[in-house]
Design a protein around this ligand. Sequence first.
Ligand SMILES: NC(=O)c1ccc[n+]([C@@H]2O[C@H](COP(=O)([O-])OP(=O)(O)OC[C@H]3O[C@@H](n4cnc5c(N)ncnc54)[C@H](OP(=O)(O)O)[C@@H]3O)[C@@H](O)[C@H]2O)c1
Length: 319
Amino acid sequence: MTITKDDSAPLIAVVGATGLQGGSVVNALAESKLAYRIRAFTRNATKPAAEVLKAKGVEVVQVDLTVENKDQVFKAFVGTNYAFLVTNFWEHLNMEREVAEGKLLIDAAKAVGARGIVWSGLPSVSKASNGKYTHVVHFDGKAIVTEYGRQSGVPFVNVPAGLYAQNFFGPFGLILKRPDGTFEIAWNMRPGSKIPLIDIVKDYGLFVRKAIESELFPDGQDINTVSEDIAPTLIAEQLSEVTGKTVVYTHLTTEEWVKRLIGAGQPEAIAIELVQSFTFFDEIGYYAGQPSASTEGLGTPTQTWKQFARSADWSKVLI
Ligand SMILES: NC(=O)c1ccc[n+]([C@@H]2O[C@H](COP(=O)([O-])OP(=O)(O)OC[C@H]3O[C@@H](n4cnc5c(N)ncnc54)[C@H](OP(=O)(O)O)[C@@H]3O)[C@@H](O)[C@H]2O)c1
């Protein structure tokens, strides 16, 4: 454990430290050989995740990181050497708000003289598809923030998150039970198309740590995080193998998948956004045709899908 209160150690401000990405960043820094001071922001400094951070020696600052609260936000960043910034689209589903809050965080880090910003962006689907896919606003908004950050004058690295392996436990119903009692992963991606899957808890922070610890801060770069680039057929096959349950991949048409999601209770806009994002992953690639980053030299081995699947508790999903 190398989290310290010693002023000689760099101060890393971590947004979202009570959540998945920021939590992973805190853990990776805590396991570094180098010492850091870490400041975590949360809207509720007494919640259990905040208490866990305090117990690790993290300074927990209660602040609502919204534009209405600009002065408090700027104050909260004072003293920051490096900032890890992430926004949470899924909490409000509003691209304009995500963009405004992303820019606010960059402005705050700049105002306090941060030496570097690590931002969790995503590529612009509407730009990379030449306007063909315009509903993937949780990608497009983050790409606008990335452009803003690159022009901020502060050394700026974009560290987009791959598709979370943890999504299989999430609200989108990525694994379904079939009437015969077996399970299926049913998307509109061609069976052999690969996606950059990431164990967001164990692996994401390793890429952020590497960026912060690089001899030369990787200003201007995109570090496209991944645990394993993998095709959906293999996801299903390996999940079957490690759990002993039958899980197959079914290739749906776009229309079939939208219909199924709406039938399962997803709002139409969310169903279209989700399905269009997978259409983009299939046709152009999750990282808009750029390769995933190397998983070598991160200081800690990353997880394969099979390792993730083996260690996860599927008892509430594969039932
Ligand atoms: N699911 C995927 O496959 C995937 C892939 C790539 C990117 N993403 C992106 O990941 C983002 C979410 O990141 P995550 O998964 O790490 O989120 P998460 O686990 O849900 O945590 C959200 C974090 O954001 C903090 N937060 C949100 N609004 C805040 C505010 N107004 N002030 C202060 N803190 C605030 C929360 O802190 P408190 O609640 O403690 O205040 C919490 O720590 C989304 O924008 C999504 O688009 C997801």
